[in-house]
Structures are given as structure tokens and as C-alpha cells.
Unconditional design. Structure first.
Length: 257
């Protein structure tokens, strides 16, 4: 399965972290099924195009599908890594994972719609929807842009807030999991990284709430700051981790709780 093949490749490259789970749990099996279903929902139609016009419409949807697919895979990978690192299956972990899966299924259509609109607007389509009967209508009308950003932000924040809570749960269980100094550092590092995603979503939401319909575009552009923000964050944390490695070369070292 995908998790097994990824696990074999990733575990050997995990810096300073012992994996506490190697077998696919029932929680992970259910998660894989939900993510697979979410990817299926991204596909506009499972039927083979009958005309070139239908084929062209399918090709036009390739870029939004690719971006949405990449985001779903990123979410899946973060979840996959978390379960491999900590292997927790308690009631709270199960509940948080269930919330994540629920949000992912809800998030699929807003995600695909947003990137379909952006691709149409940026690639000459003018943000117009083309229907099989020949009708052409704007994809967004009136205050739709404002509402679209609110829905997208809500899903974005919810997904990464769940990851913040999952990493907080692992940190809370650090003694029970017997995390060493490096593992505790990396747990805090990932908690902070996911908090950056949540913070960016909250900033975007504040902009669109305060600025209204006319600020929807700016609220979307805020997400472009994620790349430089995370680059700086991981560089700073990377230097701290390398300093920690020189001070604590043995992964058997523990830090006080």
C-alpha cells in the first residue's frame, strides 16, 4: 500500500526521530479511504469525453485538479508522518483525526472551486462557467467572492488547527512516549509550523471581514506569504536543531519535563 512504500523511504531520512508505529492501524486505513474518496470528488466526471469540446473542458480543469490534489497529498503526508512518529490511538487522537477527515471531505469542493476560478481568471477564461447547454455565467456574482474566501479560510484554518492539536497532544504525552531531546524539539518545531498556517488563515479572514468584498483578492494573496514565512521559520529552527545536535549528540539524552 501507499503508506507502506512511503514509510520505507521516509523513515531512513527522518532526522533524529524514532518511529513508534510501523504497521497500518485501523485509523490510518480509514483515513486512506477517506483521502482516496476526496481525490475522487476532485474529478469533474469519470466518463470518457464524447466530443472534443468535452475533452477541452476536461483539459482546462487539469491545473485546478493538480493544485487541489497536491494540497490534499500534503495534508495526507502531514497526517501520515504524525502517526508514524507517535503512534497514538487514544480517544482524543481518534476524535481529532475524525474531525480532520470530516473537514477534508467538506474542504474538497471549495478548494477545487477556488482554483478553478483562479485558473479561469488568470488564463483568459474571465472567471466564467460554461454549461453543457451552451450557457455562460460568471462563476462569482455580487458578494460571492467574499463568501468564497470565508469558506476557504474556514476549511484551511480547521485543517491546520487539527494538526496543531495533534502535535500538542504528542507534546502532552512526551514522557509517556519517551521522547528524547531532539524528538521534543522537532515536536515543538512542527507544532509551530502548523500554527503558522493557522495564523495566516486568520490574517486572511480578518482582511476579508474588515475589507469586505473588495478585499477578497488581497485576502487570497496573503497566502503567498506562507512560503517566505516558513522558509525563515525552518532556517531558524534548523540552526537551533544543529546546535542541539552538537550539544546532545546522543538521542538517548532526555530533557526535564
Amino acid at each position: 500500500m501507499l503508506r507502506e512504500s512511503v514509510a520505507r523511504k521516509v523513515e531512513s531520512h527522518e532526522r533524529g526521530f524514532r518511529w513508534r508505529s510501523h504497521e497500518i492501524s485501523r485509523i490510518e486505513g480509514l483515513s486512506d479511504a477517506v483521502f482516496a474518496f476526496a481525490v475522487t470528488l476532485l474529478i469533474v466526471s469519470l466518463e470518457v469525453p464524447r466530443t472534443f469540446a468535452e475533452l477541452r473542458e476536461t483539459i482546462n480543469g487539469f491545473l485546478p485538479f493538480a493544485i487541489s490534489f497536491a494540497i490534499l497529498i500534503q495534508i495526507w503526508y502531514i497526517q501520515f508522518t504524525w502517526f508514524r512518529r507517535y503512534g497514538l490511538q487514544d480517544a482524543l487522537t481518534t476524535a481529532l483525526n475524525a474531525v480532520l477527515l470530516f473537514v477534508v471531505l467538506f474542504y474538497v469542493y471549495p478548494l477545487k472551486f477556488l482554483f478553478t476560478y483562479l485558473a479561469s481568471a488568470l488564463l483568459g477564461g474571465g472567471g466564467m462557467a460554461h454549461f453543457p447547454d451552451g450557457r455562460v455565467e460568471p462563476m462569482l456574482k455580487g458578494h460571492d467572492g467574499y463568501l468564497m474566501m470565508l469558506v476557504y479560510n474556514a476549511g484551511f484554518i480547521a485543517v491546520f488547527e487539527v494538526f496543531v492539536l495533534l502535535y500538542w497532544r504528542a507534546w502532552h504525552k512526551r514522557d509517556e512516549l519517551d521522547l528524547d531531546v531532539k524528538e521534543r524539539f522537532l515536536t515543538r518545531e512542527r507544532l509551530g509550523a502548523n500554527a503558522c498556517f493557522v495564523g495566516m488563515g486568520l490574517i486572511s479572514t480578518c482582511i476579508v471581514v474588515v475589507g469586505g468584498e473588495h478585499a477578497a483578492g488581497l485576502a487570497g494573496m496573503v497566502y503567498m506569504l506562507l512560503a517566505p514565512l516558513l522558509t525563515v521559520y525552518f532556517r531558524v529552527m534548523g540552526r537551533r536543531f544543529r546546535r542541539l545536535e552538537t550539544l546532545a549528540p546522543s538521542t538517548a539524552l532526555r530533557e526535564p519535563s
